[in-house]
Design a protein around this ligand. Sequence first.
Ligand code: PLP
Length: 397
Amino acid sequence: MSFGGKEVKRIYMDNNATTAVRSEVLEAMLPFYKEQFGNPSSIHWAGQAVSGAVDSARGQVAQLINCQPEEIIFTSCGSEGNALAIKGSAEFLRSKGNHIITTAVEHPAVLNSCKYLEKQGFEVTVLAVDSEGMIDLAELEAAICEQTILISAMWGNNETGTLFPVAEIGAIARKHKVRFHTDAVQAVGRVPVDVQAAGVDMLTISGHKFGAPKGVGALYVRKGMGLTPLFHGGHQERNRRAGTHNVPGIVGLGVACELAITDLAEQDGRIRALRDRLEQGILSRIPEVQVNGHRLQRLPNTLNISFAYIEGEAILLFLDMKGVAASSGSACMSDSFGQSHVIGAMGVDPMMANSNIRFGLGLDNTEEDVDFILEILPEIIQKLRDMSPFYSERAAS
Ligand SMILES: *Cc1c(COP(=O)(O)O)cnc(C)c1O
């Protein structure tokens, strides 16, 4: 791209916010906008051609997470999946109890659904996390009581990449006969996700986080688990999610799931190696930095890192001028103090919490991208530190 007469690179490292639609996905979707436009609920030829495509997408999603196709409900996004799982379960199970357990670092779609339910008379326990963003399983088990109907704990954190011990949470939930929902929006396509092995009862997927388009997602609901729908209408999705199917999106989600099965090795190999190269490169070139999140239990593509004395958003602006797209916890996820609720919950020192940025690597990233960032970042950080009153105070003392 030309910018002020100069060629500027474009490096996208914000794949935890959204990903590009993959070519194979787009190609599979296109016929369903025009030639195969039918409504899959129609019994005539136009509908039937399309309902087969929805069925096979359902099979592709089910295969990726190891469940039955009829256990998949197509939704419009991850936020809808989380709301349907949490509000739908709470309402359905109300006569059994009114207590829900979640964690302090969940996505707003989970936390705000729980907040809404609190206003409706439910009790919510929000588990704290340690400095690496990890929950304490003993604390989780101790929080379960007679009234507990649901545990909602995410698989992989969108800001830090910290991976919760989902199988252990599942075992605790099962032992106490409590329903277990996990927001796996960041995990699907990046780490192996198996709902049987993990003992998960409900699991949220969002297409646009792994190469499918925006506006489509899925919720896995274990067979036999009742759910009150969010909205009422037609009989689609076994009466749990009314509304005409987003056929192109669903077809795209199916293909993305199929591709994800073979991509897992690349995520664990090449992407992890690139992330580690970026992390090690920053740590060795720039003093007074801190990696946020769990050292080992972490998504392979995510690096959340703080640079003392300066603001994360300022770093992002300077990176953007060089064509690098990253993000900061303090942008759209911010609470009223302008600080990420995730980083805040980890007890990170406020100055470090405001200076964090997140790199979310994706399949399109190369070693060249990482090396370019390692080349420009030390200068950006030093320039910002030279302007920072905190830095000069620290230098003076
Ligand atoms: C992006 C995200 C969501 C929301 O998904 P949408 O499809 O954008 O609504 C939920 N949970 C996590 C962990 C996410 O990263």
